[in-house]
Write a protein of this length. Structure first.
Length: 401
């Protein structure tokens, strides 16, 4: 899928060939290394995914709707079953008090665990979870409609890129780590594949997009190096959460510290792609407005935009992590200890290091991307344009690879 960029057309044919040659020489080895890594690390044979049963022998998960709250304080409700052998019947269900206190009411769709062995007790159904398929599906549909309405085909391409990137996580990253591959190596290969998919599908194959890709690779390299040093220097074990302990019991040879490092690398990819494509576009637009601007000035003007971007993205990452870790922060705040000691506690320190490492990689990617873009956009004589270039995008954008 290829999208055109009017700014690419500001390059004369000889200059476009020069840019394509340079970028191809840099990007093709990265692409080949990614493909080789995917082939070498691709999960083969049966993976542990789905190997742990959700319920015990003979137990099933059924759906139903709450029709009556019998005792709110005791968590006693009555549910009309929608699936299973008892479909249509109304049965008593015991709900945990914390669930009742946070919003269960008549009309809620719920999922219940049915245990045939408990038939004699009169309460064979136990609350399992809420049924969320409909509301989440509506949100997903609304998201798709809004993206398509505002961004049109570019939005569709971006969603396809997102789907491809998530597929890399599901079919490659998770199974490969479970089968014993190094989490760091898997993260590097998986992140590289995700970058190629997301950037080229969302923004098209062009000189501008490839410039952003190279800037993203530099930011990724910085992030990996700092994350590797930071997790070791700060003695972050990755074993501070309940989920980590479950993984350790299931995969005794798994390095939780390396898994933490893998998570840090992947977590910063979205923001990293965002700043690099923005910087590449900024340089191209400045050049489009005045093709005679010297490279040094082009870099300086691009960095003015980049500094504003740095100011916004740094606290964007911090706010995102704080929002995710808010319950943990509240629990930590209950303890009688100094603020610095709280921040240095294992699970919180992981978030602090994650934020700092991702932010440094992101910040350094901005001048690198700006510099690459400024170097590729060779100065043209005032008023010179490619034959047939116009102010609007056409179908003759210069592809790269």
């Amino acid at each position: 899928m290829s999208h055109s960029h009017a700014a690419d057309l500001e390059l004369a044919p000889s200059e476009a060939r020069r840019a394509r040659t340079i970028l191809t020489a840099l990007v093709v080895p990265l692409l080949l290394a990614t493909v080789v890594g995917l082939i070498a690390l691709w999960p083969r044979g049966e993976t542990p995914i789905g190997s742990v049963p959700l319920a015990g022998t003979g137990m099933t998960i059924e759906s139903g709707t709450v029709v009556e709250v019998v005792d709110d304080a005791q968590g006693q409700v009555r549910v009309e079953l929608a699936t299973g052998s008892g479909a249509g019947q109304v049965v008593p269900v015991q709900v945990p008090p914390e669930t009742m206190a946070n919003g269960m009411g008549v009309g809620d769709a719920v999922r219940l665990m049915f245990s045939p062995q408990a038939m004699g007790t009169g309460s064979p159904y136990v609350f399992w979870d809420f049924e969320r398929t409909a509301p989440v599906g509506l949100l997903a549909l609304g998201y798709a409609v809004v993206v398509l309405a505002v961004a049109r085909w570019r939005g569709l391409a971006a969603m396809v890129g997102l789907g491809g990137s998530l597929a890399v996580i599901v079919v490659f990253v998770l199974p490969a780590i479970m089968l014993g591959a190094s989490p760091l190596v898997v993260a590097l290969v998986g992140a590289s594949a995700m970058m190629f998919l997301s950037l080229y599908l969302a923004h098209g194959v062009s000189i501008r997009t490839t410039t952003a890709l190279l800037g993203t690779f530099v930011g990724l390299a910085v992030t990996v190096a700092l994350a590797a040093w930071g997790t070791r220097a700060a003695n972050l074990t990755g074993a501070s959460s309940e989920h980590s302990l479950i993984l350790l019991s299931t995969f005794p040879n798994l390095s939780l510290a390396d898994l933490l490092l893998c998570g840090i690398v992947i977590a910063g990819l979205g923001a990293l792609n965002d700043v690099t494509i923005t910087q590449a576009s900024a340089v191209w637009e400045i050049h489009a407005a005045n093709p005679s601007v010297p490279r040094r000035r082009l870099f300086t003007q691009g960095m003015r935009i980049g500094r504003d971007h740095i100011a916004s993205t740094v606290y964007t990452l911090a706010f995102a992590y704080v929002g995710t870790a808010l319950p943990m922060l509240m629990v930590a705040a209950l303890m009688d200890r100094a603020v610095l000691d709280t921040l240095m506690a294992g699970e919180i320190a992981e978030e602090v290091v994650r934020t700092l490492v991702s932010s440094i990689g992101l910040v350094l990617a901005i001048p690198v991307t700006t510099g690459i873009a400024a170097a590729l956009v060779r100065t043209s004589r005032p008023g010179r344009r490619d034959s047939g270039a116009s102010a609007e995008p056409t179908a003759t954008a210069v592809p790269v690879v």
